[in-house]
Design a protein around this ligand. Structure first.
Ligand SMILES: [Cu+2]
Length: 180
């Protein structure tokens, strides 16, 4: 127990606590005895708090990417994103060291044709999932800088709202395996 704590205990005993209803003294006393209470009082939204949320809230599974020969400069990545938190989270961007740029895309039926367009974000509702799959949402991987063979791993960093960032390793799959 440090000097200030001893002083506070002394003043709490020496003076009438009820009269002294100063939150300050009570709070400081709590800080002396309760390290957890102390950190939450001093810094309710500290960095460590945000990091813990990040780790718990977003879970990514079934992540994969279409394999691509050297002649093919573009491919697409898919995954399921689970939101275990109580707030909606948006995927807002992605990047990979295997490509110049990664865009968020959506495939839609338009005038009888399947067309894809760039979108700004993909929502993951609280307690729900976002499914990125062929024919729907996907990550367009543009200007690949290497060949992607079956089983190759591609690292990708996903940026979400609320400062959540995730780095994943996508496994390359050849067309024949995933096409129906
Ligand atoms: Cu696309």
């Amino acid at each position: 127990m440090n000097g200030i704590c001893i002083l506070l205990v002394w003043s709490a005993i020496g003076l009438n606590l009820a009269v002294q209803s100063s939150n300050n003294i009570i709070g400081n006393l709590a800080q002396c005895f309760l390290p957890a209470a102390r950190s939450s009082m001093i810094n309710p939204v500290g960095d460590s708090y945000a990091l813990r949320d990040d780790k718990d809230q977003i879970v990514i599974r079934d992540e994969w990417i279409w394999a691509a020969p050297t002649s093919q400069k573009m491919t697409a990545a898919y995954m399921v994103i689970e939101n275990h938190g109580s707030n909606e989270i948006d995927l807002v961007s992605a990047s990979s060291d295997a490509a110049r740029v990664v865009e968020l895309h959506k495939m839609e039926l338009e005038d009888g044709f399947m067309r894809m367009r760039k979108i700004d974000s993909i929502k993951i509702p609280d307690g729900g999932i976002a499914e990125l799959k062929p024919g729907g949402y996907h990550l367009m991987v543009i200007d690949l800088n290497k060949e992607l063979k079956e089983g190759d791993k591609v690292s990708m960093t996903l940026q979400f709202t609320q400062d959540i960032k995730k780095t994943i390793a996508l496994t390359a799959k050849p067309r024949r395996e995933t096409e129906k």
